[in-house]
Write a protein that binds this ligand. Structure first.
Ligand code: OGA
Ligand code: NI
Length: 339
């Protein structure tokens, strides 16, 4: 695969290269500022004050670091390790999980729908696997090597399923949707799905001319990100300035997705973020993200629309292919849906 050229320290091929520096207004000798990211103690989310901190952070920026989330750090380490071991396998072993050109699951680069439009490609590769519901798992894409990959992902995804559901419940409570804690959760539980994405970012000798992931917001309900333990790379846009997301050992980064922004009638914001590359070191991350059912209509919850809070979004149909289109064209479903 082409992205592997970079591992040898060579410059990326032309299709990955931006003609302008990715930070045109920034003096390249000054690193971007580090984000002060709100930390939410999940074990304390029953307390009204912690719920209010969660609501406030998600309403202003749409991301938080979550600690005390119930996932042991040894399990997080094993998740990182099995992916590193997978990446170190001979190419022919990895290709057993290769994604089909127009498919979503498996290992490879992301699907493109705008084939005729000249776009700069992401300098990264990913392994994407549906983890929930279990009957939607496509086991042929789940690596058999390393031997414990499947077991580790199964364990991690079941822990994240519990955390995911509790998070959407807490989010609903934080907006005083008391009578129905499951208002957001239903969008996933009723026909939706959860998938894991293992992201791999090779080192890149020209990090100001290529990106691991272009600026985007997640076309998800919510996203939980397990970062690389050593190498930074994630950046978020806040007040039109890029900030580096710090590595907080044992914490998980939580992002509001576009569909939750719509369902919450804009009470929660889906943040724009990107991944930059490191000149010497590779980086990895593991995302667990939830999605609505293909074809269902997403719209603001009735309980969040009122005289003081007029409806901000029209109904939009959830479609995976549309999401891919938004990503590659640098647009967002939230802009399309905005009234
Ligand atoms: C993503 C994403 C960030 C990262 O997969 O959508 O934004 O740090 N990942 O890999
Ligand atoms: Ni993202």
């Amino acid at each position: 695969m082409e992205y592997e050229l970079a591992i040898t320290g060579r410059n990326p091929p032309a299709k990955y290269v931006y003609t302008n520096s990715i930070n045109p207004s920034q003096d390249p000798s000054i690193p971007l500022p580090l984000l002060e990211i709100p930390v939410i103690d999940f074990a304390h989310l029953v307390a009204p004050s912690e719920l209010e901190r969660l609501r406030s952070a998600l309403s202003s920026y749409g991301y938080v670091m979550v600690t005390n989330h119930g996932v042991e750090s040894s399990l997080m380490d094993r998740v990182r390790l099995v992916f590193k071991q997978f990446l170190a396998l001979p190419m022919e072993e990895r290709l057993k999980c290769q994604k089909e050109a127009d498919g979503f699951e498996g290992f490879g680069s992301d699907m493109m729908v705008t084939k005729d439009v000249p776009v700069v490609h992401d300098f990264s590769a990913r392994l994407r696997l549906t983890t929930w519901p279990e009957d939607k798992r496509q086991m042929k894409y789940w690596p058999e090597q390393p031997h414990d990959f499947r077991e580790v992902l199964d364990e991690y995804s079941s822990k994240l399923l519990v955390l995911h559901d509790a998070t959407l419940g807490a989010m609903a409570r934080s907006l005083s949707l008391d009578d129905d804690d499951s208002a957001f959760l239903n969008a996933v539980r009723e026909g939706g799905s959860i998938s894991a994405r293992f992201n791999f970012y090779p080192p890149c000798p020209t990090p100001d001319r290529a990106l691991g992931l272009k600026p985007h917001s997640d076309g998800t309900v919510i996203t939980y990100l397990l970062q690389d333990g050593e190498v930074e790379g994630l950046q978020v846009l806040k007040d039109e300035q890029w900030f580096r997301v710090p590595i907080v050992p044992d914490a998980l980064v939580l992002h509001v997705g576009d569909h939750l922004e719509i369902m919450s009638n804009g009470e929660f914001k889906s943040p724009v973020h990107r991944v930059v590359l490191n000149p010497e070191r590779q980086r990895m991350s593991v995302v667990i993200a939830s999605f609505p059912e293909e074809g269902i209509q997403i719209e603001p919850l009735e309980g969040l629309v009122s005289g003081e809070k007029p409806r901000l979004y029209r109904q939009v149909k959830y479609s995976v292919v549309d999401q891919v289109g938004y990503y590659w064209s640098g647009t967002r479903v939230t802009d399309d849906a905005r009234i």
